[in-house]
Design a protein around this ligand. Structure first.
Ligand code: 5RP
Length: 221
């Protein structure tokens, strides 16, 4: 089964976990785009819906949803999103689509974060996927120097502006053996909005699609 079919399979299977009265957060990316296509099937169970990006909001609207804002709905009952890498603790790298800051806000403000991936995203150690860091533009070179000091090779995501009006540095060459500490360390550099390590706000449940089935796992504690 190819990667796209696995994405379709996992996106469809997460529908079974949607319960009546959900205040649902929806993430961003190609897996979530597929989920949004399927979501009208469970529309009657969804009380409110918010999204992590302009793109997802547009797609939700095109599929018949009235999209609300986090500040109007308060806490989310569930947040569903993809990932670029995920380990057995359900720590992730996210932000390949550049929506990491709003994604982290929604993840932090949800009762349950469900991550949906095809199995290629599962890793032992985070860092092969370049770590996205959202940065205030005027601090670009100062932050890049700090990231080089900690062993990374930051590369500006050319021609890309986030939904918040900022830029992204994609940091190559990292081997993130301590995701919690590394997440804080990078977030403490002045001018960093947030980075794509989701360790503090890790997923509570992982659905990963392989060739035969969708595996459901909880984080190792
Ligand atoms: C967007 C993200 C996505 O969840 C991540 O990039 C995975 O995307 P895809 O489902 O296309 O593989 O974090 O900012």
């Amino acid at each position: 089964m190819d990667q796209n079919s696995k994405k379709r399979k996992v996106a469809e299977s997460v529908l079974d976990l949607i319960e009546n009265g959900e205040i649902l957060g929806i993430g961003s990316g190609s897996t979530v785009n597929i989920l949004i296509e399927y979501l009208p099937k469970v529309k009657n169970k969804i009380q409110d819906i918010v999204s992590s990006s302009v793109k997802s909001t547009e797609l939700l609207k095109a599929n018949g949803f009235d999209v609300n804002e986090l500040r109007a709905v308060g806490r989310l009952s569930k947040y569903i999103d993809g990932a670029d890498e995920v380990n057995k603790y359900l720590h992730m790298i996210k932000g390949g689509g550049g929506a990491l800051t709003r994604e982290k806000i929604l993840a932090h403000n949800s009762e349950k974060f469900i991550c949906i991936v095809d199995e290629s995203k599962k890793v032992d150690t985070l860092g092969k996927f370049p770590l996205p860091v959202e940065v205030i533009p005027l601090a670009q070179s100062a932050i890049a120097l700090e990231l080089i000091k900690i062993g990374g090779r930051p590369v500006l995501r050319e021609g890309f502006t986030t939904d918040n009006g900022n830029i992204i540095l994609d940091v190559h060459n990292l081997e993130i053996s301590q995701p919690l500490a590394f997440e804080s360390k990078i977030n403490n550099i002045p001018g960093v909005i947030t980075n794509g390590i989701f360790a503090m706000d890790h997923a509570h449940l992982l659905l990963s699609a392989g060739d035969k089935q969708v595996e459901i796992t909880e984080p190792i504690v």
